[in-house]
Design a binder for this molecule. Structure first.
Ligand code: AMP
Ligand code: MG
Length: 488
């Protein structure tokens, strides 16, 4: 049986290699001791044209854990810089991720980078060990697939390994690897890196690479750099509108954690809202709340401004500004449409704004669970009481419900159809912190079944999963106390 490793190619990175390794460093993997496959993602394997049974083979375990002795693999780590918490941080780079090749799924536009995250130090590790622990790897593995299940652009995760390699954090933990898969791992900070080093030719080479690789239709366009940037503005606006709509808080929206193709990337101390709290800060280290839930849309624009600055050698200022100006309307259009659809409206109308805003205010002041509220709202016509019970301020809810009811009556679709539509948009399952913690606690005891269960459930979060009903309800009281930091 040929393994998918034999299909890996280096076409695009070879172009960079010709420019003298400016954009990356060749690296060697430091393999894990006694690796075990915690979980592999059959759904993604199939999308990539990989036979899912292949991932269960012992050779695959060896390869995925960084033992490339028998394979012709030449891993690389990418360099980038970035603004962290609004401050220029200088050079960062793949400190613990290495790209092992590109996998083509047929046509030229479907080229995927295969990365191992946690496979040992690189020249960009600074003083860290290049490792990822099981805890943070489970979170990244499950959340990437959860986001994909929610229809949000994201990097993916093909498999997750644990090992007996000891990694030192606040305590000794086991080293893990996530195999991350994406159509681009180029970040805003990749462009910033060369801009601030006064290397405009390297900025151009990087942009050419992104265009050729991800937007081949624009290769010959006169304004190809503008199109790449404008696309990034629009994709980022859409992605963040979707984050807001499902209650996702990224946690570390530094420019090195923003993807040029508008994927959600770098899952660290992220969180999904339990009760609706716009001021929620999921990252324990974010003491000023820069990356709070409600700040995400404006941080998106701040980051795009930083990217625009790094593209000034390629794109006229006026054009950069005109692309940036599209961000807010694009964000608002997506957000309003999604929110209107979430409450069962077929089409957003300007008068719906107060209806949506009043609802969000009520959810906030009543500490209502965000995901459960929207999921249950579909039964409004049959069982309004079950929704009303979620509010302390019943009068407030009744006043809103009256207006909502009138608005629903303007529509012609049947209740049943509306219910059906709403259930396709309001997930029954999101990766709440306490769920990730439950999967981690079990995995630390060698029981990987919760990871597997959550993977299945989160990959189709709009469906009913009777076997996972325990994760559809309110989080336990201790969930509020969980804190997640960058320590990964
Ligand atoms: P993050 O906050 O996870 O985006 O990481 C910021 C930078 O630190 C990135 O360049 C990472 O590659 C690097 N980094 C984080 N953890 C480690 C680690 N354990 N070993 C080496 N580099 C790391
Ligand atoms: Mg990062």
């Amino acid at each position: 049986m040929t393994l998918f490793f034999d299909r890996l190619q280096h076409t695009f990175f070879d172009q960079f290699r010709e420019q003298g390794d400016l954009h990356f460093s060749p690296v060697l993997a430091a393999r894990l001791d006694n690796p075990v496959m915690v979980s592999s993602n059959s759904l993604l394997a199939e999308e990539l044209g990989i036979d899912p049974t292949e991932l269960a083979r012992p050779e695959m375990l060896q390869l995925m854990s960084g033992n490339f002795l028998t394979a012709n693999i030449k891993p690389i780590a990418l360099v980038y810089s970035g603004h962290q918490f609004g401050v220029w941080a200088g050079q960062l780079g793949d400190g613990r991720a290495m790209t092992i090749g590109e996998l083509s799924t047929g046509d030229s536009q479907s080229l995927w980078d295969i990365q191992l995250k946690g496979a040992g130090p690189t020249p960009y590790s600074r003083f860290a060990d290049g490792r990822a622990v099981l805890r943070s790897s489970i979170r990244e593995y499950l959340c990437s697939e959860a986001m994909h299940g929610l229809g949000i652009a994201t990097t993916r995760a093909l498999c997750l390994l644990n090992s007996e390699t000891q990694v030192y954090r606040e305590e000794i933990e086991s080293g893990a690897i996530v195999c991350r898969v994406a159509q681009s791992h180029i970040r805003f900070g990749s462009f910033e890196h060369f801009h601030y080093r006064n290397q405009p030719e390297a900025v151009k080479a990087l942009a050419d690479y992104v265009i050729e690789r991800n937007f081949p239709a624009w290769v010959d366009a006169d304004n190809k750099y503008y199109l790449m940037f404008e696309n990034c503005v629009l994709k980022t606006a859409k992605m963040i509108a979707q984050w807001q709509s499902v209650g996702f808080n990224h946690g570390v929206m530094n420019t090195d954690n923003m993807s040029i193709i508008g994927d959600t990337i770098d899952y660290g101390p992220f969180g999904f809202l339990d009760r609706y709290d716009p001021d929620h800060v999921c990252n324990h280290s974010d003491t000023n709340g820069r990356y709070s839930f409600k700040n995400q849309p404006s941080v998106g624009l701040w980051n795009l401004n930083a990217l625009a600055t790094s593209l000034t050698s390629l794109i006229d200022n006026e054009d950069l500004i005109s692309a940036l100006k599209q961000y807010e309307p694009a964000f608002l259009t997506h957000f309003r449409n999604i929110m209107a659809n979430k409450i069962g409206l077929e089409e957003y109308q300007p008068d719906d704004e107060p209806l949506i805003n009043q609802l969000l205010e009520l959810l906030q002041t009543n500490n209502v669970d965000y995901s459960i509220f929207f999921r249950t709202l579909s039964v409004f016509s049959d069982n309004r009481q079950s929704i009303r019970d979620q509010f302390i301020d019943r009068d407030g809810f009744d006043a809103w419900a009256q207006k909502y009811s009138e608005r629903l009556n303007q529509q012609t679709i049947t209740d049943q159809q509306r219910q059906h539509n709403m259930n396709q948009l309001n997930p029954k399952y999101v990766l709440r912190n306490y769920m990730a913690q439950a999967a981690i606690d079990a995995a630390k005891q060698g029981d990987y079944s919760e990871v597997e269960l959550m993977l299945t459930v989160l990959q189709s979060p709009f469906k009913e999963h009777p076997e996972a009903e325990k994760y559809a309800g309110l989080p336990p009281d201790w969930a509020d106390q969980l804190s997640v930091s960058c320590s990964s």
